[in-house]
Design a protein around this ligand. Structure first.
Ligand code: AMP
Ligand code: MG
Length: 350
């Protein structure tokens, strides 16, 4: 995916209408919780009390938030928005428990909706001057496997891929990603790497014994890089990548921060970026830190984007990406029914 401040990370070329639609996406959203509280306003007095308390917490300074969290023996890492959300979640959970209310959608509990998250962050060939005629090819395929119940990273997958259309990396690309000419010259082709990745998933019993979801930062990894690479390699787009979690959206909706690049999200959770930005594996590891924090803070980390056929949206460099929001009702409809398969892949020249 493309991120950093160099490329419209905040609005992804969206119209105001689209932004509105996105805010309805069920990411454990602040907006959604407000809506939920409103809907239940008269169903039980506790919802009014929670809404009142939320308003009070919103007015707290960072120091006051830290003081309260400390008293409750809760983590005090993170920015004001992150701390406020943590405190609100704690009180909501406690007040609902005390009132004997069983949350219908479990939103006051830690939400384990998948057994594993598979965090992917592709790197691709690129040029200094962006040009929509330049066909980007995936050159690094990293994945981090996060056990949701334990909140722990259990394994990693990484392979470089040998580009075919532009086998020579630009100096800019090597500088940006840290990927050398030798790394890609000695690497297998994309289709072979995808097959190894799928073997790794199967070895972990993902898609069979355990459920999993792909997590990325932004819509581009699945909606652009994988989509165009599969077309180029003449293979089917993997079914298990047709829905994914755009963590940037989840983060923005949960902590009410607006969409932010990875480096800023990392800062807001009170950590430092580990490793090298734009190294696919390091990016994926840092995304994993964000997922771990969101899980701990009780966010509902569910599919919020999907692949669309046709109707591409445009990046600022003119390249299309094919993604659309997934709404709560759609997630509920597909939850548990979405069984990925791993097709036998024919070897390809690309
Ligand atoms: P990222 O995940 O942000 O490291 O970006 C994924 C891919 O997007 C990179 O491997 C590049 O191909 C491309 N990219 C990211 N940032 C830039 C940039 N500033 N200029 C050109 N291409 C970029
Ligand atoms: Mg990256």
């Amino acid at each position: 995916m493309i991120r950093t401040d160099t490329i419209e990370p905040q609005n992804e070329n969206k119209t105001v209408e689209e932004e509105k639609t996105d805010s309805e996406v069920a990411d454990g959203a602040t907006d959604e919780e407000t809506k939920e509280l409103k809907e239940r306003e008269y169903s039980h007095p506790v919802y009014k009390q929670i809404a009142f308390l939320n308003g009070k917490i919103n007015s707290y300074s960072k120091a006051e938030l830290i003081k309260n969290l400390k008293m409750l023996k809760l983590d005090t890492d993170g920015s004001r928005s992150v701390l406020a959300k943590r405190l609100k979640t704690f009180y909501k959970k406690t007040m609902l428990n005390v009132s004997g209310i069983q949350e219908q959608n479990g939103s006051s509990k830690i939400r384990i909706l998948f057994d594993f998250y598979v965090i992917i962050d592709y790197e691709a060939t690129c040029e200094l001057l962006r040009n929509s005629d330049f066909k980007q090819e995936i050159i690094e395929f990293p994945a981090v496997l996060l056990n949701c119940q334990k909140g722990e990273v259990q394994d990693e997958f990484r392979s470089y891929c040998r580009p075919v259309l532009n086998p020579l990396l630009t100096e800019f690309c090597t500088e940006l990603t840290g990927i050398t000419q030798n790394d890609v010259d000695t690497a297998p082709l994309f289709t072979e790497v995808l097959t190894s990745f799928e073997e790794w998933l199967q070895k972990k019993k993902l898609g069979t014994k355990y459920s999993f979801a792909i997590v990325t930062d932004g819509p581009w990894d699945m909606g652009h890089f994988l989509k165009s690479q599969c077309a180029l390699s003449n293979i089917e787009f993997p079914t298990y990548c047709k829905y994914w979690i755009n963590i940037r959206k989840t983060f923005s909706n949960f902590y009410n921060t607006g969409k932010l690049p990875l480096s800023t999200m990392i800062q807001l959770i009170g950590r430092e970026f580990q490793g090298r930005a734009h190294s696919g594996l390091d990016d994926a590891r840092n995304i994993a830190f964000i997922v771990q924090r969101l899980l701990k803070d009780g966010a509902r980390i569910i599919f919020n984007e999907k692949l669309v056929e046709g109707n591409a949206r445009r990046r600022d460099d003119g390249n299309p990406f094919f993604s659309a929001p997934v709404h709560n009702t759609e997630f509920k409809a597909i939850q548990g029914k979405f069984r990925p398969n791993f097709p036998q892949r024919k070897s390809s020249k690309i």
